[in-house]
Design a protein around this ligand. Sequence first.
Ligand SMILES: [Zn+2]
Length: 168
Amino acid sequence: MTDVHSPDIRSKNMRAIRSKDTVPELLIRRALHASGLRYSLHRKNLPGTPDLVFRQYHSVVFIHGCFWHGHRGCRYFKLPQSRPEFWRQKISKNTANDAAAVAALVRTGWRVAVVWECALKQKKPDEMKELVGRIHNWITSADETCPAEFSAVSNPNTDKPWPSSTRR
Ligand SMILES: [Zn+2]
């Protein structure tokens, strides 16, 4: 794979990789870069430290792990059997932080997309290409739908309580 980054960006990326980057994040990042988009990473000066920031399009993208960010209705989100109450509280806190960050970004004129990890799982190359195309189009379009979500969950029921390990 050819390295398209300057040494400065590369070392910045390497530092970020150690601290934050996940496999799904790297997948989507590489694909968007290959599709011609340029971005900055993990901007701590923005609410929620968005994973990717497309300043030119005033858009940010979060890549959320379905467990840590409590993706409702998702088969990858299931509370652990041990200490479910601890996890419920922890993940509730994460989702509250996420919602607050999105609200703050939208208030200040940013467009926000969330790419859930499940959308990236077990994708064939052409499916991945299709997904990246949709994300690319959203970033570069004037679509004000906010936040846009890219997920394998077609119809999440957001009123449902957390799935509990005892009820599954
Ligand atoms: Zn999910």
